[in-house]
Design a protein around this ligand. Structure first.
Ligand SMILES: NC(=O)C1=CN([C@@H]2O[C@H](COP(=O)(O)OP(=O)(O)OC[C@H]3O[C@@H](n4cnc5c(N)ncnc54)[C@H](OP(=O)(O)O)[C@@H]3O)[C@@H](O)[C@H]2O)C=CC1
Ligand SMILES: C=C(O[C@H]1[C@H](O)[C@@H](CO)O[C@H](OP(=O)(O)OP(=O)(O)OC[C@H]2O[C@@H](n3ccc(=O)[nH]c3=O)[C@H](O)[C@@H]2O)[C@@H]1NC(C)=O)C(=O)O
Length: 317
């Protein structure tokens, strides 16, 4: 059960008189029409144009953008760094809201309040350098703080949930809420945010970290391990599949054992360094990537009777 909202944002008037068929401004928010290519806002480098694109720098702008989309009955998606999304070559017939809310506050030793657009890898480095443990795993992860909470991102036996103290959200009705850790449920790559039908976006996360003499060393070691085992220089979206529960095998092991390392469809290739990373080697289309994902699922199911489940999110046009 979610707690009652803590406050309500003032209603900001939206002026759409400028035009409904081209880019336009509403107070402090600029909507770009038809020009933004989603391949430019995703780490995979795949995706056609979106109908509208807006970058928000604070939660008031985010709320304004969400309200405008609601009032226009327009589909919208809030994204961070686009490191977990597969956009379609046809683009997106709605509004992409790119979250660039990047403030960081040190509330008291070990308590960090970060805007949801703050890069999680930068926060990992900074907190470890300041001698606090809890986010060392996130070095090298290309996503944002908000998406890390939404996905419960994790690596090296740590996960975002372990470090969360509270999460600030806005709902699609425009209410602002602060949810404490005890109000929230997290599991492997899952959080209660994924089941909330009125979540507009996570706007900030407060982390509670513990003093540790080994935080910096751990963070550096994890990053080195990541560089050795993952194709970080290539265009990917991290792990394509979740690790299947109760099989004793990782998705990467199953794909490798199915003989699929290096397998290619068009410009999409299964990495020969890590079989759960699918690479855009240049010019890959969403069709190439979807076909390669389907091919890997079929092969693993046929050979091992395991149904792989995607970790990445495909955004249909
Ligand atoms: N462990 C690893 O090594 C790696 C982990 N990752 C993880 O993948 C995720 C990718 O981050 P990022 O690139 O920023 O995300 P994306 O921009 O790829 O967004 C992915 C989805 O997350 C949801 N989302 C993003 N931001 C918010 C927000 N502020 N509030 C609510 N929902 C949000 C949206 O889901 P919806 O459309 O359903 O609303 C969105 O479609 C992170 O969790 C990152 O840590 C990525 C690569 C490697
Ligand atoms: C990259 C992501 O997260 C990663 C995270 O970085 C790493 C590091 O802790 O652990 C998970 O990968 P993973 O389970 O594949 O971990 P790894 O340690 O790389 O590999 C697991 C096992 O598979 C084997 N392996 C790995 C790659 C490969 O091509 N073939 C193979 O057989 C490894 O030898 C190891 O025995 C997360 N992935 C998932 C789906 O849980 C992501 O979420 O996007």
């Amino acid at each position: 059960m979610l707690p009652a909202p803590v406050s309500r944002f003032p209603r900001i008037p939206i002026d759409c008189r400028s035009s409904s068929s081209s880019s336009f401004n509403i107070p402090r928010v600029h909507f770009i029409r038809g020009e933004k290519l989603l391949r430019d806002v995703s780490t995979w480098g795949i995706g056609g144009p979106c109908k509208y694109f807006v970058q928000v720098l604070d939660q008031h702008q985010l709320l304004t953008a969400v309200r405008h989309c609601n009032e226009q009955s327009m589909r919208y998606i809030v994204i961070g760094k686009g490191s977990n999304c597969l956009f379609d070559d046809l683009g997106f017939d709605g509004c992409i809201i790119q979250n660039n809310i990047v403030f960081l506050e040190r509330i008291q030793p070990g308590f960090y309040r970060a805007g949801s657009g703050y890069p999680i890898n930068r926060l990992a480095l900074l907190t470890a350098n300041e001698g606090f443990m809890g986010l060392e795993f996130a070095g090298g992860i290309p996503g944002t703080v908000g998406a890390a909470a939404y996905m419960n991102a994790g690596a090296n036996g740590q996960e975002t949930a372990d470090a969360v103290e509270s999460v600030e959200i806005i709902t699609s009705e425009g209410q602002r809420m602060i949810l404490r850790r005890s109000d929230l449920d997290f599991r492997y790559r899952w959080s209660s945010f994924q089941g909330m039908n009125n979540l507009a976006a996570i706007t900030a996360v407060t982390f509670q970290l513990k003093l540790s003499k080994s935080a910096k060393k751990n963070q550096q070691e994890y990053l080195e391990r990541r560089k050795c085992t993952q194709p970080l220089g290539d265009r990917s979206a991290g792990s394509v599949f979740r690790n299947p529960p109760e099989t004793g095998f990782s998705a990467a092991q199953l794909i490798e054992r199915a003989g699929l390392k290096g397998c290619r469809v068009g410009g999409a290739i299964i990495s020969s360094k890590h079989a759960n990373f699918f690479i855009n080697s240049g010019g890959a289309t969403s069709c190439d990537m979807l076909e390669l994902i389907g091919l890997a699922k079929d092969a693993v199911y046929r050979q091992f009777d395991v149904k792989l489940k995607e970790e990445i999110l495909y955004i249909p046009p």
